[in-house]
Design a protein around this ligand. Structure first.
Ligand code: FE
Ligand code: FE
Ligand code: ZN
Length: 279
């Protein structure tokens, strides 16, 4: 069965997200752990989490693919911002343990003129400070479009981050279809080749989630503008091949397309219609 969902607002709490997901036809979902542009997190209500866990178990909603706020930049040149990133990350990992065994996805960061080597050094430094042997959450590095000075613009940069992390078993990767396309990986004409490259450099066993997005821009454009499924330059056919690919079809797919709830419900339905149940 296809695991698909979208990005939900976390303002109503966990149970509300679970209900919304089911109403949209989703069986997995993403959410920001706190305001995507700010820093403050809502207090977790244990009763709400308990209700959510029951709903998730009964209705088979899993996994959660939480997303760190955009303001988190572990490789900022500013020590205060790196400290904010570290504290936020550590706090988010604590919060994630209320819903054990899920995913926490983050953008590696932007090195802003310091160079990619310094960027990677700061990112691995933070990960080594915040990851805990006892955590049940897997942290996902997101593949980036390479806009500006984003780190993680290719598979090699993600490999270098992973290589610097001591608790590597806590780490995975989330592949964003818009980002890799914008980064120059031709998932339209050579999906097999891109996945072979991913496997050779990172290892497909590290791939834990897919952000399923179309792109407003062309291959290698480094722009990062998401489009609705079938309305961008990747196109419906290529995205249908992504969800059906034997190496990917078991993964959770998260839509981050510019839609309202109705649009998401339609895209979820569209992808389900185009998913070949294995016999
Ligand atoms: Fe993201
Ligand atoms: Fe994404
Ligand atoms: Zn994006």
């Amino acid at each position: 069965m296809l695991r698909i969902g979208n990005h939900l607002s976390s303002s109503g709490g966990y149970e509300a997200m679970g209900k919304t997901a089911r109403n949209l036809g989703a069986n997995t979902f993403a959410f920001f752990t706190r305001n995507p542009r700010g820093g403050k997190a809502k207090a977790i209500e244990e009763e709400d989490v308990k209700k959510f866990l029951t709903l998730a178990a009964n209705e088979d909603v899993a996994p959660l693919v939480a997303h760190a706020p955009y303001t988190l930049n572990p490789c900022s040149a500013d020590e205060g911002l790196r400290e904010f990133a570290r504290n936020t990350f550590a706090d988010d990992l604590k919060r994630m343990e209320y819903t054990p065994g899920n995913y926490y996805n983050f953008h590696p960061g932007s090195h802003v003129k310091q160079g990619v080597d310094q960027g990677i050094a700061y990112i691995t430094e933070m990960l080594n400070q915040v990851l805990r042997p006892e955590q049940t959450t897997t942290v996902l590095l997101e593949t980036m479009a390479g806009k500006g000075s984003e780190v993680g613009r290719n598979f090699e940069e993600l490999r270098r981050i992973l290589d610097g992390v001591k608790l590597q078993e806590k780490m995975g990767v989330c592949l964003d279809t818009c980002h890799v396309w914008d980064g120059g990986y031709d998932i339209v004409n050579d999906l097999d080749g891109v996945l072979e490259e991913f496997d050779r450099i990172i290892g497909l066993e590290r791939l834990r989630a897919i952000h399923l997005n179309d792109s407003m821009n062309g291959l290698g454009s480094h722009k990062d503008r998401h489009a609705k499924i079938g309305e961008g330059q990747i196109g419906l056919e290529a995205l249908v091949r992504v969800v059906n690919h034997p190496k990917l079809r078991h993964l959770p797919f998260i839509l981050e397309t510019p839609n309202d709830d109705e649009g998401y419900a339609r895209e979820i339905e569209l992808m389900r219609e185009n998913y070949q149940e294995s016999t």
